[in-house]
Design a protein around this ligand. Sequence first.
Ligand code: GUN
Length: 375
Amino acid sequence: MKFELQHADPASDARTGLITTAHGQIRTPIFMPVGTCGSVKGVHIKELEEQVKAQIILGNTYHLYLRPGLDVLRQAGGLHRFNGWQHPILTDSGGFQVFSLTGIRKLKEEGCEFRSHIDGSKHIFTPENVMDTERTIGADIIMAFDECPPGNSDYGYARRSLGLTQRWLDRCIKRFNETEPLYGYEQTLFPIVQGCTFKDLRREAAMYVADKGADGNAIGGLAVGEPTEVMYEMIETVNEILPKDRPRYLMGVGTPQNILEAIERGVDMFDCVMPTRNGRNAMLFTYDGTMNMRNKKWENDFSPIDPNGCETDRIYTKAYLHHLFKAQELLAMQIASIHNLSFYLRLVTDARTHIEQGDFTAWKRSITDNLGRRI
Ligand code: GUN
């Protein structure tokens, strides 16, 4: 994987860049639609390419390991062949998912024992077998196995958890270096910075990660209940230390406003379930604010969903989408997911354009208030 920095904003830490992977290029800042089980829920690959204009999508190790399982993925020749997406893919390590299975998991130095949410069967994830699994899935960018501690962890827990994440990172790197890609193209391992909301731990974590010299680095453990200002402060603390010439990926974040704030602080890559999950729940993101499509106010509004949006936004009207949600038609969720994802991709593409033009902060200021409105 290669990363070229292209433009730096004179007034902030925002920047643009180009990532080159074996499955194509990614222009940053970028938003990556989440395809947990190997599919972006409700969105066909052609729509992802042509309307959403996605450049990279996410898969999740925990979910893909349980279903369809490693045998099927190996037989398919990896996830790209299995799901038909021929552009870049990133897999999260499953750390985050396993740790959200409170009550059905046991954390040890060796790894994390858990029970499947599907059939209750017992499994263990270790740094070594997660690397092997991510080799089998075959994503272009693979994430280290980390512990994402609860948002309200105290200092002692956060400290011990960070130690474990660091030892697991060393074991991930060792296993990754000892193994080869299975399908003949390069894979890249990104370490993850943890440390909860403690500045000294975040600094230590960032130094530890920076020292590994990876081709890209991630910031995890944020947007887990802390105030947004604290999240921004943690991003600043970490980005002062992470190398400027490698992409920085903020995991699981966030709202359009969160994404712009993080871009301003030097983040390049994002993923979040919000556009698809909220979309399935009738909430649309737009530059004018968020809209609840179940609201009666849309019943007679025959204007396009978004006249400046993607093809789907221009074909369908607000009144029609309102009707589809009221009638519980599947198409409602599909249209809303396509709209929200294409909006998120438009947002990061516009951010990129304004960084190139040198007026990113003024642009951000001019749109921020509207983004947070409910219309
Ligand atoms: N997704 C969102 N946050 C995290 C995190 O801290 N770790 C991992 N592995 N995935 C995440």
